[in-house]
Design a binder for this molecule. Structure first.
Ligand code: GLA
Length: 344
């Protein structure tokens, strides 16, 4: 039996910058998805405790987005992107909230790909195959961030990713801080969200300005006449700067500055990029106003899902938040021996 485990991720800062070759700083978390697979046959058949129907995917599947039940699309996406020669039968288990903005789908994709024998030496290639799987499965034109951090994380570190070169720089998470993830309670489905519209707007802004947004200054963006595109571009340009300010602040232990960059990121995602919701705004405001919280923001695509906060240990414990996780920085997805896999 092959056992593969892949972490979810929380993005500390840098949202809606990955698909325009910008900068992001996500962290893999200690909530994960485990796939156990007995190899053989010409289908991939998986059951999940969280899903009433199993996934059963032919190795020659051609249209992953049409596969039923819905969760099986991600398995089908991986099969289509990796094209394994042999299938298998097994189970999926996860400690991640599914569809909550913590990249449960990227974790599933990378775990399935590793279980199906994808090369685990080249983490960039593994992530690219799984990004393709996500796009095939969901139709959402996602960027490279989620699969890259799931496949390429380093334990104890966040990952600064340059989404143009795909270079990854581990950023140590200092001792004595908590990274807290809180679910807004608002379900999120990117297929139904304006994700694709936002991506198209960012691309239109870059075309209008004749350059990639990461290479432009705030002043160049302010010269745009189209108000909507100007706001979208302003978010991307300012967010790329905040990612750098954040990583420098974190590395030097200036948690007040790191937190301030996070809270400014939320404001920009709310006002300029318009991907927040009333529930996320209220949650972030409450977190940011709590003593011992250095900063808070929505995390991931927005439109619902989770917020992330950087805090002193225990600062949010008494807030009575029903779905709250104190997460630590996990390492990358890996194939583990069946004994190890069964021990958790
Ligand atoms: C989703 C996508 C990522 C990224 C974020 C927003 O998680 O999968 O590629 O675009 O949204 O930063």
């Amino acid at each position: 039996m092959i056992v593969a485990r892949a972490p979810g991720r929380v993005n500390l800062i840098g949202d809606h910058t990955d698909y325009s070759a910008g900068f992001v700083c996500p962290m893999a978390i200690d909530l994960a998805t485990t796939v156990r697979l007995d190899v053989g046959g010409d289908r991939v058949e998986l059951t999940s405790r969280d899903e009433p129907e199993r996934a059963s995917v032919a190795l020659d599947v051609t249209d992953p987005a049409a596969v039923r039940p819905a969760w099986a699309r991600y398995v089908a996406g991986v099969v289509a992107a990796v094209r394994p020669r042999v299938g298998g039968r097994g189970t999926v288990e996860t400690t991640l909230p599914v569809g909550g903005g913590l990249s449960s789908s990227a974790a599933l994709e990378v775990a399935v790909a590793l279980a199906l024998g994808a090369d685990d030496g080249d983490r960039g290639a593994l992530a690219a195959a799984c990004q393709r799987a996500e796009q095939l499965a969901s139709g959402v034109p996602c960027g490279p961030m989620d699969q890259l951090v799931v496949a390429g994380a380093v334990a104890g570190h966040a990952l600064l990713i340059d989404c143009r070169s795909l270079e990854r720089t581990p950023v140590p998470i200092p001792a004595g801080i908590e990274v807290v993830v809180v679910d807004s309670g608002q379900a999120r489905r990117l297929e139904e969200s304006a994700y694709a519209t936002r991506r198209a707007e960012v691309e239109a802004a870059a075309r209008a300005l004749g350059a990639e947004l990461r290479d432009l200054s705030p002043a160049e963006v302010e010269g745009m006449t189209d108000q909507r595109l100007r706001k979208r571009a302003r978010h991307v340009v300012s967010e790329n700067h905040r990612v750098h300010a954040f990583t420098v602040a974190l590395a030097s232990g200036d948690l007040a500055a790191a937190g301030a960059a996070m809270t400014e990121s939320h404001t920009s995602l709310r006002d300029d990029f318009e991907v927040s919701t009333a529930a996320l705004d209220a949650l972030v405001e409450r977190l940011a106003a709590t003593p011992g919280v250095w900063g808070a923001r929505l995390t991931g695509a927005g439109f619902g899902g989770c917020a992330v906060a950087l805090t002193e240990p225990g600062a949010t414990a008494a807030l009575g938040l029903p779905r709250r996780w104190v997460v630590s920085a996990a390492g990358a997805a890996q194939r583990v021996s069946s004994t190890e896999g069964d021990s958790t």
